[in-house]
Design a protein around this ligand. Structure first.
Ligand code: FPP
Length: 246
């Protein structure tokens, strides 16, 4: 599948990916789960590079959910170590490619060193003007919605807003994802057909794309296939086909 078939004038501005299947990939090879995560880093690199080359504005990767804290401690620790190592070693590449790093999720729950590396990389890349790579770390969409609701309720209690001020725009503005357009395309790898608490509000009108490829095997060609599929879809936003063509 070559990149040339992609219509550059109809690219999704924002792609969100649920990177899944690292554990199964490792198991298939008779290895420990962390081996799958380590090999998942290559796919992260490929997809980030592929999106940046195409001119995608934002890429959000679901790297660690709040529910993932319930995994065995040994896996959580190994994942955190891998994240720190990767963020540290990839900052140079992000700079070279003009990629800006950002993160969504409960940062205060991350181990100190992980948080520090993350914040240093976010700060180092903040003036880059190319694609924004957003890592969802210790993220849960329900948490973000609850958090936004509390902020809005507090404003109402303080008399800063009235009930009439509460609308979609205000909720949008209060979520941690407020700086970015809603994803137009959401991809999940590994054959699972679930959203798993990822960007629930923001994907109201996203096109969903599922593939059986396990994340460590995911390459640019797979990304191009997903974008091409997206470009073949009619996005109606509740309207009829006739309304769209007239
Ligand atoms: C899901 O596979 C994957 C994760 C929970 C972690 C994703 C992390 C990486 C790819 C590592 C590095 C990431 C960055 C952004 C530097 P799974 O373990 O749920 O797989 P399974 O469903 O087969 O068990």
């Amino acid at each position: 599948m070559s990149k040339e078939r992609i219509d550059q004038s109809r690219l999704p501005k924002h792609i969100a990916i649920i990177m899944d299947g690292n554990g199964r990939w490792a198991k298939e090879k008779g290895k420990f789960r962390i081996f799958g995560h380590e090999n998942g880093v290559k796919a992260v690199r490929e997809v980030s590079e592929g999106c940046a080359e195409l001119g995608i504005e934002c890429l959000t990767l679901y790297a660690f959910s709040t529910e993932n804290w319930n995994r065995p401690k040994i896996e959580v620790n190994a994942l955190m170590t891998l994240l720190v190592k990767t963020i540290k070693s990839e900052t140079k590449t992000l700079m070279k490619n003009g990629i800006k790093l950002d993160a969504i999720g409960v940062r205060s729950n991350l181990p100190k060193d992980c948080r520090r590396e993350l914040e240093e990389a976010i700060d180092a890349t903040k003036n880059n003007t190319g694609m924004t790579l957003i890592l969802a770390l210790s993220y849960s969409a329900k948490w973000d919605i609850v958090n936004a609701t509390k902020t809005i309720a507090q404003k109402a209690l303080n008399g800063e807003i009235t009930l009439e001020d509460v609308d979609e725009e205000l909720i949008d503005k209060t979520l941690t994802t407020h700086k970015y357009p809603h994803p137009e395309l959401m991809i999940r790898t590994s054959g699972e057909l679930r959203i798993s608490n990822f960007l629930l509000w923001e994907i109201a009108y996203s096109e969903l794309y599922f593939t059986t490829v396990l994340w460590p095997d995911y390459r640019k060609e797979h990304l191009y296939e997903a974008i091409l599929d997206f470009q073949g879809r009619e996005r109606r936003f509740g309207k009829t086909s006739e309304q769209l063509s007239s």
